[in-house]
Design a protein around this ligand. Sequence first.
Ligand SMILES: NC(=O)c1ccc[n+]([C@@H]2O[C@H](COP(=O)([O-])OP(=O)(O)OC[C@H]3O[C@@H](n4cnc5c(N)ncnc54)[C@H](O)[C@@H]3O)[C@@H](O)[C@H]2O)c1
Length: 243
Amino acid sequence: MLKNKTAIVTGAGQGIGKGIAVALAKEGCNIVVSDINQETCDQTFAEITKLGVQSIAVKCDVSKKTEVNNLSKVVAEKFNKIDILVNNAGIFPFVPFAKMTEADWDKVLNINLKSMFLTSQAISLNMPEGGKIVNISSVASFIGFEGLVHYCASKSGVNGLVRALALELAPRKINVNAVAPGAIETPGAKSDEKTKQQTLMMIPQKRMGKPEDIANTVVFLASDKSDYITGQVIVVDGGWTLR
Ligand SMILES: NC(=O)c1ccc[n+]([C@@H]2O[C@H](COP(=O)([O-])OP(=O)(O)OC[C@H]3O[C@@H](n4cnc5c(N)ncnc54)[C@H](O)[C@@H]3O)[C@@H](O)[C@H]2O)c1
């Protein structure tokens, strides 16, 4: 479905990002595997190359403009166009609001939200018609979670960015959408058994999500089957936020 396309996936070293990179590669898409962690980035890169598509691994802290510019430069040297940008990198450190420092706030907002401004601006500049930007938001953009005031704010910001950028890029036939995952089992979202059972009780489908559940939605939004969808946030949560 995505032959002759090239995608950048940020935060692709593990978890949802890795799932997305693998799923896109299985559709024949060339992949730029990017992560702040060189080791896990190289591991995903090794898996992707086995799938027979072209790939490179580029270490990048998406919250830093100089590193994003470098990513853009390295990618342009290897591929003549980037069709798909998946902004997945994100962090979710629990901090009670009363103890939240300015540094805590800035770090979460910079990695989860400012990064999407930086990468989207750098990469969309030379994106061809039919290009797709897919941002990973969260159900936390719609409902509140104690200990995650900064995170909830950052993800609500992502949804706003998606709507406004979709308007600006529509004349160039570039679509901008988001996927809002519910509770997905990843290395970053590890929880103890008690917390997991409490979460499961709130999910109508009675199972945790897998990276593939998010990746399948991203593949659709990255393909031409979603050409008439832009500025939307698609919730993938097993029904968690329905009540
Ligand atoms: N797991 C969930 O339940 C869940 C739910 C809703 C939304 N999300 C969102 O999905 C995305 C992925 O989450 P995950 O659960 O796979 O997390 P994870 O911690 O397992 O993986 C995140 C990856 O992002 C990378 N990363 C962190 N900071 C970075 C930076 N500054 N620059 C580049 N890469 C960076 C990490 O090295 C890691 O490889 C995040 O945006 C997260 O907010 C996750």
